[in-house]
Design a protein around this ligand. Structure first.
Ligand SMILES: Nc1ncnc2c1ncn2[C@@H]1O[C@H](COP(=O)(O)OP(=O)(O)OP(=O)(O)O)[C@@H](O)[C@H]1O
Ligand SMILES: [Mg+2]
Length: 245
């Protein structure tokens, strides 16, 4: 056998955590997503910004399998999940914190956290309560009895209990007072530091740029800007045209 000399052979870079390529989607005849491209690298935090109706939630729905793209591909950790059922896509490593939180109002906080949990991963009740200590006092309260901020923390905790590789959050700051938005921001920064891949949908520019290492701006079903927070700040035109700032 000859011994190996010189540089080792190049290895393929790991597949991104999430890849969305040229995705088109419709509601009836309405062509809502018109070729969406975006990517989240492993361990990266990415924000998707855009006005009301830009297509952010529809993009999320196409990723998690609530709607089926008519064209294009969705890959999770390199695995093609385009058109798969939501539970299959969840098992591939995606968890969603949906817009409007959608906690189970007639279940307790503990039940909300544990009923859909996946065992064996890095997340358990103790770790969620460490991230959101406020939930510890509320474990036996019903979802309906919580404040908006507590419900948001519960929705994030519930998604983490599914032990995802990629966490999608659809406007977690919506309707929350500034102090609670700060709390959500700190939690998301801790999750980012833990190496979890994040796709954060937001309209709150401050939260978006604090958490996102890269930003996509969406308008009318397509991505119109992609770059760092600094690059976005250098384009006041993009902010005024697509974000109403
Ligand atoms: N279930 C639906 N049936 C038909 N049209 C829909 C449906 N949901 C959304 N739309 C339309 O699709 C477009 C994109 O909506 P989408 O909910 O993806 O926007 P968004 O960026 O998430 O907005 P917001 O910030 O208000 O949540 C809008 O024109 C909306 O009216
Ligand atoms: Mg939305």
């Amino acid at each position: 056998m000859t011994s190996y000399r010189g540089a080792p052979p190049p290895e393929d870079p790991p597949a991104p955590a999430l890849e969305v390529r040229d995705v088109h989607a419709y509601y009836g005849n309405s062509h809502v997503l018109q070729g969406v491209d975006l990517e989240v690298a492993r361990g990266e935090a990415v924000t998707l910004l855009g006005r009301n109706g830009a297509g952010k939630t529809t993009t999320i729905s196409a990723i998690v399998g609530f709607i089926r793209p008519r064209r294009g591909r969705v890959r999770v950790l390199g695995r093609d999940v385009t058109g798969c059922a939501p539970h299959v896509i969840a098992r591939a490593g995606i968890a969603l914190v949906p817009q409007g939180r959608r906690v189970f109002g007639d279940l307790t906080v503990r039940e909300n956290l544990t009923l859909t949990a996946r065992s064996g991963g890095g997340w358990d009740l103790a770790r969620v309560l460490e991230l959101f200590p406020g939930l510890a006092r509320r474990l036996d309260s019903l979802g309906d009895q919580l404040s908006g901020g507590e419900q948001q923390m519960l929705a994030i905790g519930r998604a983490l209990m599914r032990d995802p590789e990629v966490l999608l959050l659809d406007e977690p700051s919506e309707g929350l007072a500034p102090k609670l938005v700060d709390e959500i921001r700190e939690a998301l920064l801790r999750l980012r530091e833990s190496g979890l891949s994040l796709l954060l949908v937001e309209q709150n520019l401050a939260l978006a740029t604090a958490v996102g290492q890269r930003i996509y701006v969406m308008n009318k079903g397509t991505v119109v800007f992609s770059g760092t927070p600094a690059a976005l700040a250098a384009e006041p035109d993009v902010e005024s045209r697509y974000l109403g700032i």
